[in-house]
Design a protein around this ligand. Structure first.
Ligand SMILES: [Zn+2]
Length: 162
């Protein structure tokens, strides 16, 4: 068994929707970044790569490569997961936290869990997502930033490189 930690943050700008966890959440702000800026999928991707001690998302998909401009983060997650599988690991479970002042994410959590599970060919029960606010203070509380963290547990396949 190995554990990985992924952390990411993206700033927000006016105009929705909010792309988060592979779905479009209705909102009046969106995340800004080189790719589609899906902060939750980036944290999941880095947690998986980290669990296998592979190069992180920034090295796998450099922002100097025009191919990564506005790239679908679900596609990047799938490619990273394939690298982790090639390295001889399968995912046991993921646990994630999203820090966003608005919108209320409770109604969208299950859709995100199913989207991430689908991209990784997991059961949704293997994917946990929790949402927190910024308590009205700091860059998250002022709605300038959304932060996501994820831990991933992976298990070496029988006969895998380990
Ligand atoms: Zn990111």
């Amino acid at each position: 068994m190995r554990i990985g930690l992924g952390e990411d943050s993206h700033r927000t700008e006016p105009g929705g929707p909010l792309r988060l966890g592979g779905i479009d959440v209705p909102h009046d702000r969106h995340l800004v970044g080189h790719s589609d800026a899906d902060v939750l999928l980036h944290a999941v991707t880095d947690a998986l790569l980290g669990a296998a001690a592979l190069p992180d998302i920034g090295r796998m998909f450099p922002n100097t490569d025009p191919a990564n401009r506005n790239r679908d983060s679900a596609e990047m997650l799938g490619l990273a997961a394939a690298k982790v599988a090639e390295a001889g690991y399968r995912v046991v479970n993921l646990d994630c936290v999203v820090h966003a002042e608005r919108p209320k994410l409770a109604d969208y959590i299950d859709a995100m869990r199913h989207r991430i599970a689908g991209a990784l060919r997991l059961n949704p029960h293997q994917v946990s997502i929790k949402a927190k606010t910024g308590e009205g203070v700091g860059p998250v509380g002022r709605e300038e930033l959304v932060v996501a963290r994820c831990v991933a547990l992976v298990e070496a396949n029988e006969g895998g490189s380990g």
